[in-house]
Design a protein around this ligand. Sequence first.
Ligand code: HEC
Length: 511
Amino acid sequence: MTRISWERASPEGWQQAIKRMVRLHGVTVTPDEARKIVQYLSDEHGLAPDEAKSGIYYFEKRHLDQEKFPEAVREACVSCHPYAQAMNWRRAPEEWDLLVNMHIGYFPVVEWNSFRGQGQRGGGPPPPPGTDTRTPVEKAIEQMKKDFPLQTKEWAEWTASRRQAKLAGRWLISAYQPGKGQFTGEVSVEPGGAPNEWTTRATMTNVESGETLTRSGKGVLYTGYSWRGKSDSKDAADSKSAREVMLVSRDQNQMEGRWFWGAYDEFGYDVKLVRAEDRPVILTTSTQALRMGKTTSFKIIGDQFPAGLTVQDIDLGAGVTVKRIVNQSRTAIEVEVNVADKTTLGIRDLAVKRVVAPGAMAVYDTVDYLKTATDTALARLGGVAFPKGYAQFVVIAYNRGLDGKANTADDIKIGPVKAEWAMEEFQAVYGDDDTEFVGKLDKTGFFTPNVEGPNPKRKFSRNNYGDVWAVATYRGADAAPQKDGKPLTAKCYLIVTVPQYMKWDQPELAQ
Ligand code: HEC
């Protein structure tokens, strides 16, 4: 029991520890007992909301181009798993030391491949006096003790002030799915079988296409703020079953996170829920940027908009004239606006009467460059014995901003644009012709990998793996292309690799 008392962790962390006890130490627990234990440990030995925020991407299964970690852990820790595996734990100093022993005990190879480091294997001349001769693992564990101690102000404050969450009620949702765009709608949350359980029903409409999807599910709340849920949809256009990871805000009026699915959790919605109240709110707009010298109509989407709004009630700042209200309802206002030829570039607040959405929209003149949503992507061959791991590419248009220079902090994000996608060879190996074998990238940026296994049609019967560029070309429908009139392009580095043959961790928290 003392091991438990000197450690704190996320629900996934505790689940992992329990599974190890079952797998290697002969513990028998029923699923129901295991659920109760995870709930208890996450509540009493969990992470505070502020401690959980920075590492939640790990449980949301987000694809990061590059995880951020201190240099001290590069060799000793992140050679095997993401840094997030470590940063979602808090431990007393002795427990961090015992973690080193645990790794050596379970994975003896760790000493050789990570903990002792390249320079520590003997044979060379002695290092000059004053050299830091600590091994990588010694440096890493010192960093852990400093950054992730057992007792923190955040945890003390959270355990003192937390209260039973009351999540039941009507919530408004705005969601974004790469490739599909924005969705808005409602989620009704109702009490479930236990005080920390709820059932949900979500209705979401695609802002661009108008297509409506419904999902029903259930969720469990850990540590008073950390939602783990599962929801299903009967709609052909939606995923059948998605997992939900969200953090509830301290005032219990917002939830934010990701709902995801796919064999490699590669599909998902970035979701934000706000509690529906008896006052108007702006959730989102159907376009995020307005072009100078143009008349555009777009939708403001929200809730409880009063009837009888006039053009004077909508404000987007200097240079933007609201010409007319095309349509209005309780949840959407369609407006037509004209942006002056010359006005200030940049971010604008959007106001509907006294409701203000700060920085909701941008005013720009030209699309100056494009960037893919991530710099890298990973797909996995599959379709025979293993599932395929897909990739959806998205390209985002930017304006150079007030300083007139592209790729600086003041650049304005215009938003995702529809571009044409194609693969290009990434020149790494002579004559491997990756683009012919790795899979198909359709015009909308959706990549379907080829099957796994050796391919007799390929040189040396290699399998279909490879690395390629996914290239987006934008010909600038409404936006002005570059001065020389050439289309804009952006590219993302795609690695198509073998299936993940073995998954050592299976998620069960929400079931
Ligand atoms: C040889 C690869 C490897 C290296 C290197 C490694 N880990 Fe791990 N680590 C693992 C694996 C595998 C697990 C999962 C163990 C299990 O549940 O069976 C794990 C689990 C953990 C856990 C969860 C602990 C628990 O009780 O379940 C933490 C925290 C952790 N590692 C931190 C670190 C830190 C900090 C370092 C660097 C000092 C490190 N790891 C280096 C492979 C590694």
